[in-house]
Design a protein around this ligand. Structure first.
Ligand code: MTE
Ligand code: MO
Length: 323
C-alpha cells in the first residue's frame, strides 16, 4: 500500500531531540489547521504538547487488503491525539496525555464461555495467529465525527475459531482491561463515568464477519496505548463505541450480553448500534458527520458505507427498533 508511513525508524534510534521535533510538528500542524475553536480537533495542540511520546514500532510483513477503502487516511496525529478512551477521562486529548502508564506487557486474552477449548492466549501468540493485513476503514463515532484509519490486524474469526465455539453460543462479549491505578479518568466527582470494566458485544455472525478484525496496529506500527494497545476489536459498520479497546477477555454466551453504553443509557445506545443516518440519536441527528480535518460535513452512509457486505445480516429486522 502506498501509505506514507510517518516514521520509519526503530524506537531505539529516536533521540530526545527527534521526539522534541515531533512534538513541534504536532503543534505546528494543529495550529496551521486551527480555523477556530469550534473545530473539534482544535484542542489537539495541547494534547500533543503534553503527551508522553511513546515508542513507534514498525510491524514487518503487513499485507494490503481488498477490504480497505481507497479514501485518504487521516493523519497519524489526528488518529493518536483525538480519542475516546473513557478509562482515561472524557476529553478527546485525555487518552494521549494519560495512557502512558497503562501496562501492556505481559498481556493475555482469555477466551471462555460456551466453547469446547477455552484458552488464555498471550499477546505474542495473538500477533502471530494469522497474517497481518492493513485494513483502511472508516470509523464513525456516535458523536458525529469520523476518521479513516489504516489499521493493522486480521479477522477476529481467526482468533475465535481457536476455542471451537459450541452450537449454543449466539453472542460474544468483549471485556477491556481495567487498571484503576493507571486509569485516572475513571470518575467525575467520584462517580464512575461508565461501569468498569468496559464491556461490549456482538452477535456471533457479526463477530465472525470478515470485516470484523482484531486490531494490533495502525499506520504499519504497533498500536499506541490511546488507540487500545496491545489488542482491540474493530467493527467498521458500527458506531465506534462497539470497538472495544485493550481487551483481556472474550466470552461466548447464549443471550445478548450487557454492554457498557447500553447499561449507562439504553435509550441512546442500543446493542446493535449500526451506523444508520435514518435513526437519529435521541439528542442529535445522525444524518451527517464531520470527517476530522475537513470543514464541510458529509452525508453519513448506511452501515458506514459497508452495506453491500453486511446488510444481509439484518434482513427482516426493524432497524429502528434494533438501533
Ligand atoms: N475500553 C474502551 N474502548 C473504547 C472506548 C472507551 O471509552 N473504552 N471508546 C470507544 C469509542 S466511543 C470510539 S469512537 C473508539 C475510538 O477509537 P480510536 O480512539 O482508536 O479512534 O473506541 C471505542 N472503544
Ligand atoms: Mo465513539
Amino acid at each position: 500500500m502506498s501509505i506514507n508511513h510517518p516514521n520509519d525508524c526503530l524506537p531505539s534510534e529516536i533521540t530526545p531531540r527527534e521526539l522534541f521535533e515531533q512534538r513541534r510538528k504536532f503543534l505546528k500542524y494543529s495550529i496551521s489547521s486551527g480555523l477556530g475553536l469550534a473545530l473539534p480537533w482544535a484542542g489537539m495542540a495541547n494534547a500533543a504538547s503534553e503527551a508522553v511520546a511513546e515508542p513507534r514500532i514498525k510491524i514487518p510483513g503487513v499485507r494490503p487488503s481488498t477490504y480497505s477503502t481507497t479514501e485518504k487516511p487521516n493523519k497519524y496525529e489526528h488518529i493518536t491525539t483525538y480519542n475516546n478512551f473513557y478509562e482515561f477521562g472524557t476529553e478527546k486529548t485525555d487518552p494521549a496525555e494519560r495512557a502512558s502508564r497503562m501496562r501492556i506487557r505481559p498481556w493475555t486474552v482469555t477466551i471462555e464461555g460456551l466453547v469446547k477449548k477455552p484458552k488464555l492466549i498471550g499477546i505474542d501468540d495473538i500477533m502471530k495467529l494469522a497474517p497481518l493485513e492493513e485494513r483502511i476503514y472508516r470509523l464513525r463515532c456516535v458523536e458525529g465525527w469520523s476518521m479513516v484509519i489504516p489499521w493493522v490486524g486480521y479477522p477476529l474469526s481467526a482468533l475465535l475459531k481457536q476455542v471451537e465455539p459450541l452450537g449454543s453460543a449466539k453472542y460474544v462479549q468483549f471485556e477491556s482491561s481495567y487498571q484503576p491505578d493507571t486509569m485516572e479518568g475513571g470518575g467525575i466527582f467520584g462517580r464512575p463515568v461508565l461501569n468498569w470494566p468496559y464491556v461490549e458485544g456482538l452477535r456471533l455472525d457479526e463477530a465472525m464477519h470478515p470485516l470484523t478484525i482484531v486490531g494490533v496496529g495502525l499506520y504499519g506500527e504497533l498500536l499506541q496505548k490511546q488507540n487500545g494497545a496491545p489488542v482491540r476489536v474493530v467493527v467498521p459498520w458500527k458506531y465506534g463505541f462497539k470497538s472495544a479497546k485493550s481487551i483481556v477477555k472474550i466470552r461466548f454466551v447464549e443471550q445478548e450480553p450487557p454492554t457498557s453504553w447500553n447499561r449507562a443509557n439504553s435509550r441512546e445506545y442500543g446493542f446493535y448500534s449500526n451506523v444508520n443516518p435514518e435513526v437519529d440519536h435521541p439528542r442529535w441527528s445522525q444524518a451527517t458527520e464531520r470527517r476530522l480535518g475537513e470543514l464541510l460535513k458529509r452525508k453519513t452512509l448506511m452501515f458506514n458505507g459497508y452495506g453491500e457486505q453486511v446488510a444481509s445480516m439484518y434482513k427482516g429486522m426493524d432497524l429502528r427498533k434494533y438501533y
